[in-house]
Ligand binder design. Structure first.
Ligand SMILES: Nc1ncnc2c1ncn2[C@@H]1O[C@H](COP(=O)(O)OP(=O)(O)OP(=O)(O)O)[C@@H](O)[C@H]1O
Ligand SMILES: [Mg+2]
Length: 255
């Protein structure tokens, strides 16, 4: 059967090193619209670096990144590169482990900031949309709170709304629940599931296996800067083939 879904993200032979430490060693993958990719892998395998390269918080030295119809050759230099990076950065939004909300701004201001300053959207319209989305994730009564007055789970749901407000083609999540107290993990995962259900394309680094099993369309296992195994959760999680995947899954199931 021909898959007619559009490709949102295409990565070809991506390489990233820090000094002489090779961290991403030739990763290629394709993500279709509405897919939820869960990335698993041991600490130091390059998961965060990979997401940061896709969001241009880090610049990869080699390889191609294509989002929607814009492609950049990472080795490219000069003015053309800068313009493309600016365009590509608008196509992704990142949800960080430590929420990264601005401490001196209320929750509402935090989620309105990007669309107004970066996207130059009309303030009134952004405010209406922000309030709607905050209410949707159960934060309708917290708009005027500062981050320090919110629980970790509330801050992270705010972080997710902030990402959504940028209307990105792909949302990148880097261990969004790992800084949370265990009792707050569920509410954030639930919010993420609801977002996935709306058809938004997501790439999620997480160790939450049940989320991967229930929500992921594809699981990628990364080790030592490469994708060593990938497939539907039923395959990668329940019937892993690679020794490194097996070892990792055994380790986290013991926790
Ligand atoms: N800015 C940097 N400068 C130098 N080395 C870095 C930098 N960022 C990451 N690294 C190195 O790159 C490797 C991969 O790090 P990365 O944070 O991508 O791993 P990870 O898979 O996200 O790990 P974790 O599960 O612990 O978050 C590590 O060896 C790390 O020390
Ligand atoms: Mg990481």
């Amino acid at each position: 059967m021909i898959d007619e879904k559009t490709t949102v993200l295409k990565i070809t032979d991506l390489h990233k090193s820090f000094g002489n430490l090779d961290v991403i060693k030739g990763v290629s993958m394709e993500v279709k619209k509405g897919e939820v990719i869960v990335i698993l892998g041991p600490s130091g395998s390059g998961k965060t670096t990979f997401l940061r390269c896709l969001n241009f918080l880090e610049s990869a030295q080699k390889g191609k990144i294509k989002i929607d119809d814009i492609e950049i050759d990472c080795a490219e230099k000069g003015v053309g590169r800068k313009k493309k990076v600016t365009e590509l950065r608008k196509k992704t939004a990142m949800v960080f482990q430590n929420y990264n909300l601005f401490k001196n701004m209320t929750l509402l201001k935090n989620v309105m900031e990007g669309p107004i300053t970066v996207q130059k959207r009309c303030r009134e319209e952004v405010e209406i949309d922000s309030k709607k989305l905050l209410a949707k994730v159960g934060l309708g009564d917290k708009e005027d709170y500062y981050p320090s007055q919110l629980s970790g789970g509330q801050q992270q749901r705010g972080g997710i709304v902030r990402a959504l407000m940028l209307n990105p083609s792909v949302i990148l999540f880097d261990e969004p629940t790992s800084a949370l107290d265990p009792e707050l993990v569920g509410e954030v995962l639930n919010t993420m599931k609801n977002i996935a259900d709306t058809g938004i394309t997501m790439m999620v680094v997480t160790h939450e296996i049940s989320f991967a099993r229930n929500v992921a369309t594809k699981v990628i296992f990364m080790a030592d800067g490469n994708i060593v195994e990938q497939g539907p959760p039923s395959q990668v999680i329940d019937n892993p083939q690679n020794e490194k995947t097996k070892k990792f899954l055994n380790l986290i199931s013991e926790k």
